[in-house]
Design a protein around this ligand. Structure first.
Ligand code: GLN
Length: 485
C-alpha cells in the first residue's frame, strides 16, 4: 500500500479513524518507501523498531476509541532536534555517536500527541547552509528529477526532500535565515517559520540563538497548521519562549480575505529579478486580488543591508554557541599531547569547512577592536530592518514576496561552491524575516519551464500566523500545484 504515503496528514487521520488502514500498516508502508528512496540521502538514521513500537501504541489508542491529535502520523525529524535515546548529530562529525538523554520540547510535544518517529533527517552541518551540501553525511538529492542531481535546498534539505518524496507524512525543520522556507520552495512543499518565541528552542542544537526557530514542513497549508498546533506553546525551559495563548490555526483556513491588505515590497523586485519568478509573484498577486484582497505597495528600505547584517550576527552567535564542542563533552574526541592539543585536534577534525568559516567570522566580529565596527553596526541595522516591517504593517496585513531568487541548482555547482557569497545571496528574500523575528511561510506556486518548483513567501505580523494561514490557503487552492506522486 504505497499510496497511503501520498496522503496528507488530515487525510491520513481520516483513514486511521475510519479503520481503512492501521498505524502499523501505514508505518510499514513508509518504511518500505524510505528503503526505496535511499538514493535521495534524506535520512541519516532510520528508526524502524522505534516507529513500529509507537505504531502499536497508536493502534491500541484507535481501538480504545481515544486517539490523540496526531495519533499514528509518521514524521521525519531534522537531526538538530535532540531525541532521547536516538542518535542526534546535527549532521556534524564532531557529534559522532552522540545519544541525547533528553527530548527537545518540540519533539516531545509531537510524540505526546501521538506522532511516530521514522528517523532523523539530513541537514547542513549545524544548519549552516542553503543547499544541504554541508552535511557530514553528504548532500540530499532533490526528489524532483533525481537524475539531474539537484540540491534540495538547506539547511532543512532532508526534511523538504522527505516530505516531497512521500517518505514521511511531514517533518520538523528549523529556520535561522530561511532554512525551512528555502528548501520547501526548492522541493515544492509548504513550510512555516513561526514567530520567534512561538516554539520552544529547548533541546534544539543552537546555531544563532536570537534567530533560530522551529517549524513544520508539510504537504500542504492545512498540515502545517495541524503540526504547528502541536509544536507551539510556552516552555519554561526556554527563556525566549513567549507566554502567549496559541490560537486555533486550523480555523483560519477557509476564511475570507476580502478587504485584507497585501503588501508588495518594492525592494524585493531588484533589477534583473528572474522573469519566471516575477511572473509567478504576479500570479500570486492576481489570485489574492480575485479573492477580494487589496494590493498595496510598500517599502522595506533597509532590505539591501539585511543579508550583510545577518552574515555578521549569525556567525557571531554561532561562534559562541559552538564553543561547547571541545572534544571532552560530546561526540568525537581526537587525543593530543595535552588538553589544548586535544581541543584543537577534535575541532579541526570535527567541524566542516563552512562551520569553520563561520566560527572564524564570528570570532573576528566579536573581538575587541572590531566589535564596534561590525557587530554593533549589524545590530543597529537589525533594528532598522525591524522598524521597516513595523512601518509596513501600518499599511498592510500580510506581505507577499518570492521565497528565493532562483530554483534548485545542481549539486556541486561551481559558482556556489567556489564563492560562498553566491550561496549566501540565495537568502536575500528570507533573512530579514528572522532579523525581525516575524512569522513567514513558503508555499509552492508552480513549476519553472524546466520543471522545477518555485515558491512564494507570506510574511505576517508578530504572532499573527493566522493571517498567513488564511491567505496561503487561498493561494494554494487557486495555484493547484501538483505534488510529486
Ligand atoms: N542559508 C542560511 C545560512 O546559511 C540560513 C540557514 C538557516 O536558516 N539555518 O545561514
Amino acid at each position: 500500500m504505497s499510496d497511503i504515503t501520498k496522503l496528507t496528514i488530515s487525510q491520513t487521520l481520516d483513514g486511521l479513524k475510519s479503520k481503512k488502514f492501521s498505524a502499523t500498516e501505514l508505518t510499514k508502508s513508509y518504511l518500505s518507501e524510505m528503503e526505496k528512496n535511499r538514493n535521495l540521502n534524506a535520512y541519516v538514521l532510520e528508526t524502524p523498531e522505534h516507529a513500529l513500537a509507537q505504531a502499536t501504541v497508536a493502534d491500541a489508542n484507535y481501538a480504545g476509541g481515544s486517539p490523540r491529535a496526531l495519533e499514528g502520523i509518521p514524521l521525519g525529524i531534522k537531526d538538530i532536534f535532540c531525541t532521547k535515546d536516538i542518535r542526534t548529530t546535527a549532521c556534524s562529525h564532531i557529534l559522532d555517536g552522540f545519544v541525547p538523554q533528553y527530548e527537545s520540547t518540540v519533539t516531545s510535544k509531537l510524540f505526546a500527541d501521538g506522532a511516530i518517529c521514522l528517523g532523523k533527517l539530513n541537514m547542513d552541518e549545524f544548519a549552516m547552509g542553503g543547499s544541504n551540501e554541508n552535511s557530514f553525511y553528504g548532500p540530499v538529492v532533490n526528489p524532483w528529477h533525481p537524475e539531474r542531481n539537484l540540491v534540495a535546498g538547506g539547511s532543512s534539505g532532508g526534511s523538504a526532500a522527505a516530505v516531497a518524496a512521500n517518505i514521511c507524512a511531514a517533518a520538523t525543520g528549523t529556520d535561522t535565515g530561511g532554512s525551512i522556507r528555502q528548501p520547501a520552495a526548492f522541493c515544492g512543499v509548504t513550510g512555516i517559520k513561526p514567530t520567534y518565541g512561538r516554539c520552544s528552542r529547548y533541546g534544539i542544537m543552537a546555531f544563532a540563538s536570537s534567530l533560530d526557530q522551529a517549524g513544520p514542513i508539510a504537504k500542504d497549508v492545512r498540515d502545517c497548521a495541524i503540526l504547528l498546533q502541536s509544536m507551539a506553546g510556552y516552555d519554561a525551559k526556554d527563556s525566549t519562549s513567549v507566554n502567549k495563548e496559541v490560537p486555533n490555526f486550523l480555523s483560519s483556513i477557509g476564511q475570507s480575505i476580502k478587504g485584507l491588505k497585501i503588501g508588495i515590497p518594492a525592494e524585493y523586485r531588484p533589477q534583473g529579478l528572474n522573469q519566471e519568478i516575477a511572473n509567478y509573484w504576479e500570479k500570486g498577486i492576481e489570485i489574492l486580488k480575485q479573492a477580494g484582497a487589496e494590493i498595496v505597495d510598500i517599502s522595506l528600505p533597509h532590505t539591501k543591508y539585511a543579508l550583510a547584517a545577518y552574515y555578521i550576527i549569525a556567525p557571531a552567535e554561532a561562534s559562541s554557541n559552538l564553543a561547547r564542542y571541545d572534544g571532552a563533552r560530546y561526540g568525537l574526541r581526537v587525543d593530543g599531547k595535552n588538553l589544548d592539543d586535544m581541543y584543537t585536534n577534535s575541532r579541526t577534525e570535527g567541524f566542516g569547512a563552512e562551520v569553520k568559516r563561520r566560527i572564524m567570522i564570528g570570532t573576528y566580529v566579536l573581538s575587541a577592536g572590531y566589535y564596534d565596527a561590525y557587530y554593533l553596526k549589524a545590530q543597529k541595522v537589525r533594528r532598522l530592518v525591524q522598524n521597516d516591517f513595523t512601518e509596513a504593517f501600518k499599511k498592510c496585513d500580510v506581505i507577499l514576496t518570492p521565497t528565493t531568487p532562483i530554483a534548485a541548482f545542481p549539486i556541486g555547482d561551481k559558482s556556489m561552491r567556489e564563492n560562498p557569497i553566491n550561496m549566501w545571496l540565495n537568502d536575500v528574500f528570507t533573512v530579514s524575516v528572522n532579523l525581525a523575528g516575524l512569522p513567514a511561510m513558503s508555499l509552492p506556486i508552480g513549476l519553472s519551464k524546466d520543471g522545477l518548483p518555485l515558491g512564494l513567501q507570506l510574511v505576517g505580523r508578530s504572532f499573527d500566523e493566522e493571517t498567513i494561514f488564511k491567505t496561503a490557503a487561498i493561494i494554494e487552492q487557486e495555484a493547484k500545484f501538483e505534488r510529486l506522486k
